[in-house]
Design a protein around this ligand. Structure first.
Ligand code: ATP
Ligand code: MG
Length: 500
């Protein structure tokens, strides 16, 4: 009989002991908890301290009357149901009691059955009320859960790194996150609810969304195919839009979901890759075709084997192959460095002796051009730097070799080692051809070589400075250039060291 495992608590208030005891006996058998009070005041005291569901109260009692008890209960304990016990003579009073909020009444004298029926009705009502309350609580909880779920989903969509745009079958925007708004150049309040063609200027993009929404399921797997479209923003960024139709149960398209992602980096990488491939192909092709022609001439047999020309042509071909081998060596080094390894462990290096040896070695080349190559020795001891010696040899070797190459005969090259702030500084200065301002920012690019009247016939691949810059940057150092056409150049390498 009890609902939701809560017992039904009944309070019986009557001045007649027989009625109190009779009620207690009958109602206890109905699995109710029964308490009794002999007058209204005691009854109200019990209500104050105990959780009572139903009150059976006599109307006529000494002290406060049943009607007074009823009005206090209706005021203070709204959920408590009151059944009035009335005498024959007080039917009118019973009616009045009903008007004042009593749930039911029972007339004295009553049989146990009559009591059971009246109380059963009240208990049933109590059960229904409890059920309704539980249902309401459940609903509130579900709603709260739903709201949390919805706001969580909303937060995720709002914070996605990609743009998300959802349209309905009327081609109206129903959802759009901030990234999508940014990519499509829309102001915050514009968009949701409007037709795509009314807020998106790019007609091709609108057509793309329409095409996605227009998809019918294909017979084989029941899903419509993905479509993609590329947007180019005014700041040269590339956005890829991938679209997927939203399909209803009957296979009709309800709208479209568009995912927008920034693919600029991929595009730049693609462009660099093809530029690199075409540069490398070019660098390989011209010397190879010269070698091919030279060998063809020799093979034709027009040039006598023992003649100087014969030797000369073969010698030229050999030189070219040597350059090609060195180019491929540089490329391999570069790819190794760029993938993050020079292959050697860093060591502590004392640059004083280290550079002196490189200068001595390259002095042979300088002497061939009657140049003066000086190493300005540091006044104080220079702190060691930690680096891969082979990498440093390639950097300084290239800088000094460049100075020799790009300085005419009888020129002067000075290499200086000292410190500046927290860095060890190596400077290579020449009074050679110099570099025009417009080339300065590009000489560290791969394959970039200046071809003018002075340098046209100087061999090189244009990789030396690119390799040097990558290596020095990896050591948290820096490489800088100052130069003036016709006056000479100054290359500065800064390497971090323990300098207080
Ligand atoms: P390699 O890969 O064999 O070193 P390279 O010397 O041509 O070939 P880099 O060392 O990268 O290539 O130099 C790039 C370009 O910068 C050179 O081709 C040259 O035009 C210019 N350059 C470099 N150093 C000097 C310098 N000291 N004086 C004038 N121009 C220079
Ligand atoms: Mg070089």
């Amino acid at each position: 009989m009890n609902n939701h495992s809560s017992p039904v608590n009944i309070l019986v208030i009557d001045d007649e002991q027989d009625i109190r005891e009779g009620c207690e006996r009958i109602l206890s058998r109905m699995e109710c908890e029964v308490v009794t009070a002999s007058d209204g005041t005691k009854g109200l005291d019990i209500l104050e301290t105990q959780d009572i569901n139903i009150v059976l109260s006599d109307i006529k009692m000494p002290g406060i009357s049943g009607l007074e008890v009823l009005s206090t209960i209706s005021e203070k304990y709204k959920s408590v149901m009151v059944i009035m016990i009335t005498g024959f003579s007080t039917v009118e009073t019973a009616i009045e009691a009903m008007k004042k909020g009593a749930y039911d009444f029972i007339s004295k004298p009553f049989s146990p059955d009559q009591l059971r029926i009246v109380v059963k009705r009240a208990i049933e009502k109590l059960r229904l009320t409890r059920e309704a309350q539980a249902l309401k609580l459940e609903q509130q909880k579900n709603l709260a859960d739903l709201e949390t779920e919805q706001s969580r989903t909303r937060a995720i969509i709002e914070n996605l790194p990609n743009g998300v745009l959802v349209t309905n079958m009327l081609e109206q925007i129903v959802l759009m996150n901030p990234v999508a708004k940014k990519y499509l150049g829309l102001t915050t309040d514009k968009g949701i609810g409007t037709k795509i063609q009314e807020c998106i200027e790019d007609k091709e993009f609108c057509d793309f969304i329409k095409a996605v929404s227009g998809c019918k399921t294909d017979g084989k797997n029941g899903s419509a195919s993905n479509k993609s479209h590329e947007l180019v923003l005014s700041d040269e960024r590339y956005i890829q839009a991938l679209g997927k139709p939203v399909m209803g149960e009957d296979g009709d398209c309800l709208g479209a979901i568009i995912n927008l992602s920034d693919i600029t980096a991929m595009k730049v990488f693609d462009r660099l890759k093809s530029e690199f491939v075409s540069k490398v192909s070019h660098e390989l092709r011209s010397p190879l075709s010269v070698i091919h022609e030279q060998l063809a001439m020799v093979m034709k047999g027009d040039i006598p084997e023992e003649s100087d020309d014969h030797q000369y042509i073969l010698g030229r071909a050999k030189d070219k192959t040597k350059n090609l081998i060195s180019l491929i060596g540089d490329l391999l080094d570069l790819s190794k460095i760029e993938s993050g390894s020079t292959g050697n462990e860093p060591e502590k290096i004392q640059l004083h002796n280290f550079i002196e040896k490189i200068v001595e070695f390259l002095n042979v080349e300088a002497q061939k051009k009657d140049q003066i190559l000086l190493f300005n020795l540091p006044e104080k001891t220079i702190p060691e730097v930690e680096a891969d010696p082979i990498a440093l040899e390639s950097v300084f070797g290239n800088l000094i070799a460049n100075a020799i190459k790009y300085t005419p005969e009888k020129g002067k090259i000075e290499v200086t080692l000292d410190t500046k702030n927290h860095y060890v500084r190596v400077q290579v200065k020449d009074n050679g051809y110099g570099i025009e301002e417009r080339h300065l920012s590009r000489i560290f690019d791969k394959f970039y070589r200046i071809k003018d009247d002075n340098t046209r016939f100087i061999n090189g691949t244009g990789l030396g400075l690119a390799i040097a810059k990558t290596l020095i940057n990896e050591l948290d150092g820096d490489i800088l250039v100052e130069s003036k056409a016709g006056k000479g150049s100054l290359f500065t390498v800064l390497l971090p060291a323990d300098i207080n």
